[in-house]
Ligand binder design. Structure first.
Ligand SMILES: [Zn+2]
Length: 499
């Protein structure tokens, strides 16, 4: 009997068995979406629960995803003229209290330090829920003249918001994020900055995470505490609910007033600057999981995958894999690495290839490269896509080129697939009955008219759990009537149930 055939058959059977075993560990999406999500997070070792409720441990595999996201976002933030700095974790109570709306918005979720070094502190210290209070206080000291503007600073940090209901990545008490804080001489400049960063977030989400978003302005009830105007990007998750994935705020002159930031303008007149803030967080990882994941587990877009290719060497049935398979596999790894591909060689001799296939499939590695004795003889290998499971035989001479081509195709394919999902789950409605029916049956985005009245919005939320996600700021506004009360609506808005 030909070794390879038998090896192939055995390998295939084991592959199926292993798949069966592993897939049982992840609850199918259709059975229980929220359990599916938790299974994916825990079993792929992205994160684990910590001893304090709502505080997760981001495990190495999850942290590697974050590092790739962070590196790309950091580059975009710097390319738009910003610099990084770091501000303290503790904010004195009196600092936080200077902006009234801001403190009212954040105090219910603030954690306080009241004892330090065994002694009661004279003034309680808030663990930052966000850093406007700290950063604006420093800006008041640093900014004197129009020559000091604009101030364009970003910080990468952790923040704490005491949450009652938590879920890894999506809503955690402590999370990692970046927060940009800028000062400008005019309202127009501040508004331009706010919208510029919203577009940076939109581009990052689509180009890097392959996560399509709708974007626009928030309604008054959903805006940031203390902001003049809030804008956000919103992605649609597999269960038809929207995830706010990034926000950008024009803070007006509220914070400059509250924190005493003043500058002398070109005419030597005292003036108040305009400020903005904008942020994205580890929450985006939750969006990534729910945008692309399937019943087998994670599906990672190549741009953020810790390993873009995993090489699984298939040992010969008889003899030693050190003789030809493993050296050849190492050679392929070097070739791929040389071509800038993030590659991992799974040379564990404690696991069968079938187990490894299922394991890396669950972890969402975009491409699996199999190489066995027969492949070595033929100077070829097998590449298997995670997204479509499509298999191709590739000559080793062109493996780097082929792998890179496939990675690009996977990245683009994931975005296309996610865009189709959003299109299929966006419904334009004109009656409230239809609105209620869609929200009860399939959810997703609903595009319709809204009168801009807060009480009407509140009623819609109460009756359908849906809120205004964004008021689009681009395109031709379609004027019409409010879906609930029939009053005039200046443009259509996006509704959805939200995370
Ligand atoms: Zn209305």
């Amino acid at each position: 009997m030909e070794t390879e055939t038998e090896m192939g058959t055995t390998g295939r059977d084991k592959e199926h068995m292993a798949k069966e075993i592993m897939s049982k560990e992840i609850t199918p999406k259709g059975d229980d979406y929220s359990q599916w999500y938790l299974d994916v997070v825990l079993k792929t070792e992205l994160a684990d629960y910590g001893p304090v409720k709502g505080c997760m441990i981001i495990r190495p595999y999850g942290y590697a995803v974050w590092e790739h996201m962070q590196a790309d976002m950091d580059r975009r933030i710097k390319e738009t003229g910003h610099v990084n700095a770091y501000f303290p974790l503790f904010i004195p109570k009196s600092f936080l209290e200077k902006e009234k709306e801001h403190v009212e918005g954040f105090s219910p979720e603030c954690a306080w330090v009241t004892v330090g070094g065994g002694e009661e502190l004279e003034e309680p210290l808030a663990i930052r829920p966000t850093s406007e209070a700290m950063i604006c206080s420093m800006y008041a000291k640093w900014v004197k003249s129009w020559r000091d503007l604009p101030v364009l600073i970003n910080q990468w940090a952790n923040v704490v918001r005491w949450e009652k209901v938590t879920r890894p990545f999506l809503r955690t008490t402590e999370f990692l994020w970046q927060e940009g804080h800028t000062l400008h001489a005019t309202e127009a400049e501040a508004e331009e900055e706010t919208l510029k960063m919203l577009q940076v977030y939109r581009a990052f989400s689509e180009e890097v995470l392959a996560m399509p978003v709708v974007w626009g302005r928030k309604s008054e009830s959903e805006k940031f505490a203390g902001a003049l105007r809030t804008y956000s990007i919103e992605a649609l998750m597999g269960d038809g609910r929207a995830l706010q994935a990034g926000t950008s705020h024009n803070l007006g002159q509220h914070f400059a007033t509250a924190y005493g930031i003043e500058f002398l303008d070109k005419d030597q007149q005292r003036a108040l600057p305009w400020s903005t803030s904008w942020g994205t967080s580890t929450r985006m990882i939750g969006g990534l999981i729910m945008t692309h994941g399937d019943d087998a587990g994670l599906v990672l877009p190549p741009r953020v995958a810790p390993y873009q290719v995993v090489v699984v060497p298939i040992p010969p049935r008889k003899g030693d894999w050190n003789e030809s398979v493993l050296p050849k596999a190492r050679e392929v790894v070097q070739t791929l690495r040389g071509a800038g591909v993030r590659v991992h060689l799974d040379d564990r001799d404690t696991q069968q290839p079938g187990f490894k296939y299922a394991d890396w499939e669950m972890r969402g590695v975009p491409l699996r490269l199999e190489i066995g004795p027969k492949d070595v003889e033929k100077d070829q290998c097998v590449l298997v896509r995670r997204d479509s499971r499509e298999k191709s035989f590739v000559p080793l001479a062109s493996v780097a080129e082929q792998a890179r081509g496939l990675l690009t195709s996977i990245q683009d394919g994931l975005l296309d697939r996610a865009r189709r999902f959003v299109a299929d789950n966006t419904t334009r409605v004109s009656t409230y009955d239809e609105f209620k029916r869609v929200m009860a049956d399939k959810r997703g985005f609903i595009v319709t008219g809204w009168c801009r009245a807060a009480d009407c919005e509140a009623k819609i939320k109460e009756e359908t759990k849906a809120t205004v996600r964004v008021i689009p700021i681009e395109g031709t506004p379609a004027a019409g009537a409010c879906v609930r009360c029939g009053q005039a609506s200046s443009s259509e808005v996006y509704f959805a149930q939200a995370y």
